[in-house]
Ligand binder design. Structure first.
Ligand code: SAM
Length: 290
């Protein structure tokens, strides 16, 4: 595997996650995604304006591209995985995409973007710490003063999982079982709903115990910041941090917190439940100021 520009420059160890993100099957999976979560819709509507220059960092397969490019004056999607960028170019042949590491945005001039978006926790995979800090410096450099940074990050203290089930599927099942017998439909629907609720409760309890068993013994859980292995795509080394740590860290890099919102919105965020949080920061200070 060819080393990225940053690795060549700093001599740091190669990032283990890039092998996963460059796997064709993983890139293809991300390319199938094409929606915004309710949390993203709310924050994009509130903080992004039509005509803005927008950098979509860690763009993946272009899940956020349709929306962001539709409002942007200039839109650029960047990812360090060449397979992801190839998938984006195939999906959106007229748009601008580039292979680059978030820790080295030297292809972009200072103060050239009104907003940088790093959706679905891309920031948590910019590792090790040295690269993570470079990325924060680079994002600040390419943002205009007052520019907006929107990103999400995993919550290390998320150990309780809410029961989840699809009422529509239960209704469809009751309908199929009842056939043309409308008298049977209601009792069937109630019984199936009760069974599904019990199953969902059991599943959530099992998952919660398993997650708690993995997270409670770690320093990352107790410190509220650090690395954990995310089981996604066979295991990704992932940075996790609680909102207080994120606010403190970005404050040190010249960003001011505007909003934190759990990705479980419109449900209420809970410190031991919410899987990850979205953050909106604004870049403070003048251009070129450290
Ligand atoms: C979880 S995916 C999210 C993809 C996309 N933003 C979305 O919302 O669907 C994280 C993305 O960040 C990219 N990424 C991870 N580390 C990166 C880095 N150092 N520089 C640029 N992209 C990176 C990965 O290749 C991957 O495409």
């Amino acid at each position: 595997m060819a080393l990225t520009k940053l690795e060549t420059k700093t001599g740091s160890r190669p990032d283990p996650n890039i092998l996963t993100y460059n796997a064709p099957a993983v890139a293809e999976y991300y390319a199938t995604l094409d929606y915004l979560t309710p949390c993203e819709s709310l924050l994009f509507d509130q903080y992004l304006r039509s005509g803005m220059t927008i950098l979509d960092l860690g763009v993946g397969g272009g899940r956020t591209t349709s929306y962001l490019s539709s409002i942007a004056g200039r839109y650029v999607g960047v990812d360090y995985a060449a397979q992801m960028i190839a998938a984006c170019r195939k999906k959106f042949p007229r748009l601008e995409f580039e292979v680059a590491n978030a820790a080295d945005l030297s292809n972009f001039v200072s103060a050239s973007f009104d907003a940088v978006v790093m959706a679905f926790n891309g920031m948590d995979y910019v590792i090790p710490n040295e690269s993570h800090f470079c990325a924060l410096r680079e994002i600040r450099r390419v943002l205009k003063p007052g520019g907006i940074l929107i990103f999400s990050s995993h919550n290390p203290r998320s150990i309780w999982m809410r029961p989840s089930w699809n009422p529509r599927r239960v209704q469809d099942m009751a309908q199929t079982m009842a056939g043309n017998n409308s008298v049977l439909f209601r009792p069937l629907l109630w019984s199936l709903t009760a069974v599904r609720l019990i199953l969902a409760g059991l599943q959530a309890t099992l998952h919660s115990f398993s997650r708690a068993a993995r997270r409670l013994p770690t320093r990352t859980f107790w410190l509220g910041q650090g690395y954990l292995l995310d089981p996604a795509h066979g295991g990704l080394k992932t940075h996790y941090a609680v909102p207080e740590k994120v606010e403190h860290e970005l404050g040190g890099f010249g960003f001011q917190l505007l909003r934190v919102l759990g990705d479980d919105y419109p449900r209420m965020s809970r410190p031991y439940v919410t899987d990850w949080y979205y953050y909106v920061f604004s870049r403070i200070g003048a251009t070129g100021e450290k």
